[in-house]
Write a protein that binds this ligand. Structure first.
Ligand SMILES: Cc1ncc(COP(=O)(O)O)c(C=O)c1O
Length: 383
């Protein structure tokens, strides 16, 4: 035994809130910050342009229902989801808002779309033809969105299909077009040649189609300037505090605060290893705090050796392999009074933002948010 034993770990006194005592992690979501972010983006594009909210993937992992309610309360009128099921669930919550389904008008879903008053995003000529046939006999024709692919090769009418449609614009006759949209492939890189190229292709196609509101920009595209705003922008990540600008200070408010519970604190001698695979070896005697968050909670294994956490405002390294339910923090040197069993370590906050957590795991903030696990006790603030 080389290191002198430090004081035994302290236990935190029981809190008045039993849910906090039970929780292995607490995920605080600041709905007020999401509203501020939406207002900021809406202010940036100006009154003539609508800022729609993208709330797919359960509101980027933060809870589509509370997030959408908060955004609607702030004045947002149009929402985008990815899947029909997300659209149906959102319709239960927002009775009057416009809800568009990005993944398109898929076979045998037309009646669901109509019943729930969802707006299908028509992603190919086949979907357009099906929709037109469906709505033509109707007196009050429900709206649809037409999606042109200008470079992502993922969803939307391909260049060849767009050419066909611009040659036969009558295929749109009688279709109530809520918008013509496209999606940028590299908007977070303002100098990327694709931005101007996609804008040019979008403008050229739009000129040959019946008049309809246009939408090209998502979060990062909003910051490319007014030329990219058209009539509607579709903000997702920036609403949730992700930086829409690479290599520049994040103009968005932080939304997420993730705290993991300290479940054990121990002294570890010099030479002892920490975690599976014995990959982290203590080069001096020290103290390890074990926190009840692991890869099953969306804390990426790939962040091994790089991730950090805060305890009482002090940054400490997360050491050793990340396991399913636990991570281990090297808290050597911290006042033992700060590292209490039942206390919390800050895993995501303004010091360790979703973007930073993502970079350290070789991924992006988007994936960090959408991976946030279901075991956290969620607390919604503001909104
Ligand atoms: C078509 C479309 N529009 C808008 C968005 C929102 O993008 P962001 O989260 O970067 O704002 C997405 C997200 O992937 C999308 O697929």
């Amino acid at each position: 035994m080389s290191s002198k034993r430090l004081a035994p770990p302290r236990r935190r006194p029981a809190s008045t809130d039993a849910a906090l005592d039970r929780a292995s992690g607490i995920l605080e979501i600041d709905l007020g910050a999401i509203q501020r972010n939406w207002r900021m983006l809406q202010g940036k594009v100006g009154k003539a342009v609508q800022c729609a909210a993208v709330v797919k993937a359960d509101g980027y992992g933060l809870g589509a229902s509370p997030v959408a309610k908060a955004l609607a309360a702030a004045g947002c009128k149009t929402f985008f989801v990815a899947t029909l099921e997300e659209g149906l669930a959102l319709r239960e919550i927002l009775k009057t808002a416009e809800i568009a389904v990005l993944n398109g008008l898929l076979p045998r879903t037309e009646q669901d779309i109509l019943r729930a008053r969802l707006i299908p995003v028509l992603n190919d000529l086949g979907q357009l033809d099906v929709w037109r046939k469906l709505v033509l006999p109707m007196k009050q024709r429900p709206p649809a969105i037409l999606h042109l692919d200008t470079g992502l090769s993922r969803l939307g009418l391909s260049k060849a299909e767009t050419l066909v449609l611009t040659g036969e614009p009558d295929r749109l006759a009688g279709v109530a077009l809520r918008a013509i949209v496209s999606h940028l492939v590299a908007a977070e890189e303002p100098k990327h040649a694709k931005n101007a190229e996609q804008r040019r292709l979008f403008l050229a196609a739009r000129r040959k189609l019946p008049p309809a509101p246009a939408s090209l920009a998502a979060s990062s595209g909003i910051f490319l300037g007014a030329d990219f705003h058209f009539d509607m922008v579709r903000a997702g990540a920036a609403l949730y505090g992700i930086n829409p600008l690479t290599d520049q200070l994040n103009p968005m408010s932080q939304v997420v605060h993730l705290k993991g519970k300290i479940v054990q604190v121990r002294d570890v001698d010099r030479g002892e290893t920490v975690g599976y695979g014995a990959e982290h070896r203590m080069d001096r005697g020290g103290r390890i705090a074990t926190v009840a968050v692991g890869y099953a909670d969306g804390w990426f294994r790939s962040s091994q050796g790089r991730a950090m956490a805060g305890i009482a405002g002090r940054q400490v390294p997360i050491v050793g392999r990340i396991s399913m339910d636990l991570i281990t923090l090297d808290v050597t040197g911290l006042d033992p009074a700060l590292v209490e069993v039942g206390g919390f370590a800050d895993l995501i906050d303004s010091k360790n933002t979703p973007d930073m957590v993502g970079t350290r795991a070789n991924t992006i903030g988007y994936e960090v948010l959408t991976a946030l696990g279901r075991r956290y006790h969620r607390i919604y603030q503001g909104g």
